[in-house]
Ligand binder design. Structure first.
Ligand SMILES: Nc1ncnc2c1ncn2[C@@H]1O[C@H](COP(=O)(O)OP(=O)(O)OP(=O)(O)O)[C@@H](O)[C@H]1O
Length: 339
């Protein structure tokens, strides 16, 4: 059984001027012990999707569909059960650890908190466990007495990883865990995450705009554009040979891990991602797509098998004869496979 299954998950934010469809119909499976990378430009809905997994979104967000964690429907969980699942079954490493840590509490108290809240340790045991966790993430035990401002950005991110590991979760969701760090520290933190998840058999969902980083960390990749998943497949295949024109542009933007040029917008793509409240008709990517057909302006294409264990939502991956220009509409086919 999959550790995590998403079926047609959609997230809409209610704002004064209407509704923002931030995530639209995402389905995917994650097997235990595997790592899935979710890629996309800013605003593509990656963080919204990640936060929806543990219902960490603000109250103005409405989540529909099905999110099954170990077979249990997260969206239907009572509050008490949800609290038990957070940290203990799945935990999140947020982007920008400096904002996620409480500035007026010692590191020790913050790492110990999930252990104490979940009744997994007495205060004495928790202190011992904190020292162990700090050692695992490469920090000296005496750092337990420090406050966040006494640590560097990389050290704070290590503390966040220690917190995420504290209750031995089966799944860690890492949202841009290295974005705020310089390139050298970024590589160290990624190596740390990779070795810890392998050592403890933890599943990982990692969110990043950097396809090269995801390809180096994850077994599979899912590419998001304007709230939809537009491509999925084994990491190295998607990175080397994306099927969707957006996946190709994203891969071209991040030729090597940690390349400073990687901060630029996807190469060869003009324009910006669409405003989710005013999505273009047809395929949302068509106004920026270098290979769009007239039909792409009027019909969207569902995720479609695009090779062994791969999918892409593009008219160019439909088998010959499946796309018709006669009515100006591409044939829409249901997804056969998920991430
Ligand atoms: N609280 C909110 N209220 C209204 N709209 C929101 C809210 N949070 C996010 N959005 C909108 O939802 C869409 C998806 O945002 P999200 O932060 O999930 O994207 P992202 O791919 O994670 O981007 P980034 O990499 O910049 O974090 C964006 O259009 C964003 O403006």
């Amino acid at each position: 059984m999959s550790l995590l299954e998403l079926r047609d998950v959609a997230v809409t934010y209610r704002v004064a001027s209407g509704e923002v469809p931030a995530v639209r119909g995402v389905s995917l499976d994650l097997e235990a012990g595997r790592a899935l990378g979710v890629a996309g430009e800013s605003g593509s809905g990656k963080s919204t999707l990640a936060m929806a997994l543990l219902r960490l979104l603000p109250r103005d967000a409405r989540v529909t569909g099905e999110i099954l964690l170990d077979g249990e429907d997260v969206l239907a969980m009572k509050w008490g059960r949800l609290r038990a699942v957070r940290w203990a079954s799945a935990s999140v490493v947020f982007q920008g650890a400096q904002h996620a840590l409480n500035p007026v509490r010692r590191i020790e108290d913050q790492i110990a908190e999930p252990l104490l809240v979940h009744g997994l340790a007495t205060p004495v045991e928790a202190r011992r466990k904190v020292a162990e966790l700090l050692e695992q993430v490469g920090l000296p035990a005496w750092r337990a007495r420090s406050y966040p401002h006494e640590l560097s950005g990389g050290q704070r991110q290590r503390v966040m990883i220690a917190m995420a590991l504290a209750c031995s979760p089966r799944l860690i969701i890492a949202d841009e865990p290295t974005t705020a760090l310089d390139v050298m520290i970024q590589a160290q933190v990624l190596t740390l995450i990779r070795s810890l998840i392998a050592e403890h058999g933890i599943s990982l969902i990692m969110i990043s705009h950097d396809l090269s980083v995801l390809a180096s960390m994850c077994d599979r990749l899912a590419v998001m554009y304007a709230g939809r998943m537009v491509e999925s497949g084994p990491s190295h295949e998607v990175f080397r040979d994306a099927r969707h024109p957006y996946g190709k542009a994203l891969a071209a933007a991040f030729p090597t891990v940690g390349d400073p040029a990687s901060r630029l917008a996807p190469r060869g793509l003009g324009g910006d991602p669409p405003d989710p409240m005013h999505l273009p008709g047809g395929c949302s990517f068509h106004p920026r797509c270098p290979v769009s057909l007239p039909s792409c302006a009027s019909a969207d294409v569902e995720l479609w098998p695009a090779g062994e264990s791969r999918t892409a939502a593009c008219v160019h991956v439909l088998p010959a004869g499946e796309e018709t220009e006669t009515s100006g509409t591409a044939v829409m086919r249901p997804a056969k496979e998920d991430a």
